[in-house]
Design a protein around this ligand. Structure first.
Ligand code: SPD
Length: 352
């Protein structure tokens, strides 16, 4: 064999060995998050800094997330449930009790918001606040007349202007849909009394003539392209679209709305807890949290990161509404067995 051939062969073997050992030794972290809810550059940075691979999957509702994590086929390390679902996962014994000594950046969190999170995780033992937000109405200015929007009311969902046009959608989220009708009628969003739910049903039956679908993802593309004109939507998702399209508008209804906090948790079944802790701590790091808030356009519970944000973001009332507006909003709470009443009403509306 010629010397050059031998050298080439040795090089190939070396490359193959390097590649196979990389593949084998790189730990993998399985992350399951809401769609459009992290700056993708951060994922790459974490992979490089920790010489690992992130397998990243997304969901569009807490209900889908729970179904997948309970199915034996899917296994995840880090998940992002909303507050009421932190309680549900905790009750089901699925969450890791967090060792805060591994979270060196935990001190960056806003202590006032940590106290608020105790309504669903009483000692902040299982969850770390990720972002908080509100639900409102997104619209396309090209099709929805300004006079209709001027009232800034949930009542626009049932407005006769939309009749037979098939242009209105609501979230595929029982708590948000029933919640909007409850708040519109002056009830607490967590009220499951017969009177409250009967009133909400009446309103939703009236709105339903306009509603074409219950969907939590499509509106992000369909309001911009005119397939949908008005959509119940999560504030940050809309602001991400509004940055690129001046024809889009969004308002928080004057009657009030839902207020929610999404959180990071590690599943008890996680196969790579050390790496999961590193990922949580990375998200809590001040510059990571600042960049993530800028990308997602959601309100950060990271006090140190919030201080670094531009005034444009800090003063944006669609991200950080006034205390006066927040007083009209309701945190979505876990309802135990009573949630079945909400689910039954939601299914009945969807079947109409
Ligand atoms: N694209 C991210 C959306 C996050 C919404 N989470 C909150 C849901 C509360 N019902």
């Amino acid at each position: 064999m010629k010397n050059t051939t031998i050298i080439k062969l040795m090089l190939l073997i070396l490359i193959a060995l390097t590649l196979s050992s990389c593949g084998k030794s790189k730990p993998v972290l399985y992350i399951f998050n809401w769609s459009d809810y992290i700056d993708p550059v951060l994922i790459k940075e974490f992979e490089v800094a920790n010489n690992c691979k992130i397998k990243y999957s997304t969901y569009d509702s807490n209900e889908n997330m729970i179904t997948k994590i309970k199915s034996a086929r899917e296994s995840f390390d880090v998940v992002f449930p909303s507050g009421d679902h932190v309680s549900i996962l905790k009750e089901a014994g699925l969450l890791e009790s967090l060792n805060r000594t591994k979270l060196t950046n935990y001190r960056n969190l806003n202590s006032g918001l940590l106290s608020k999170a105790q309504v669903f995780d009483n000692a902040n033992e299982y969850s770390v606040p990720y972002f908080w937000g509100l639900t409102g109405l997104m619209y396309n200015k090209r099709y929805v007349p300004a006079e209709l929007v001027a009232k800034q009311s949930w009542s626009i969902v049932g407005d006769p202007f939309f009749k037979a046009k098939n242009k209105v959608t609501m979230l595929d989220d029982a708590r948000e849909v029933i919640g909007a009708a409850l708040v519109y009628n002056g009830f607490d969003l967590n009220d499951t009394s017969e009177a409250a739910l009967a009133t909400a049903k009446k309103t939703l039956d009236a709105w339903d003539v306009n509603i074409t679908q219950f969907d939590s993802d499509s509106y992000k593309n369909e309001v911009p392209d005119g397939t949908t004109w008005l959509a119940q939507s999560y504030n940050g998702d809309v602001l991400q679209q509004m940055a690129e399209n001046k024809e889009l508008g969004f308002f928080l209804p004057s009657e009030g709305s839902s207020l929610w906090m999404d959180n990071v948790v590690i599943l008890k079944s996680s196969q790579n807890k050390e790496l999961a802790y590193k990922f949580l701590d990375f998200l809590l790091e001040v510059n990571t949290a600042k960049r993530n808030a800028e990308y997602t356009q959601y309100a950060t519970p990271n006090k140190a990161a919030h201080e670094l944000l531009s005034d444009d973001i800090k003063n944006n009332a669609l991200i950080y509404p006034s205390q006066e507006y927040l007083a009209k909003c309701y945190m979505i709470m876990a309802l135990g067995n009573d949630v079945k009443k909400i689910d039954a009403l939601y299914e009945a509306i969807k079947m109409n």
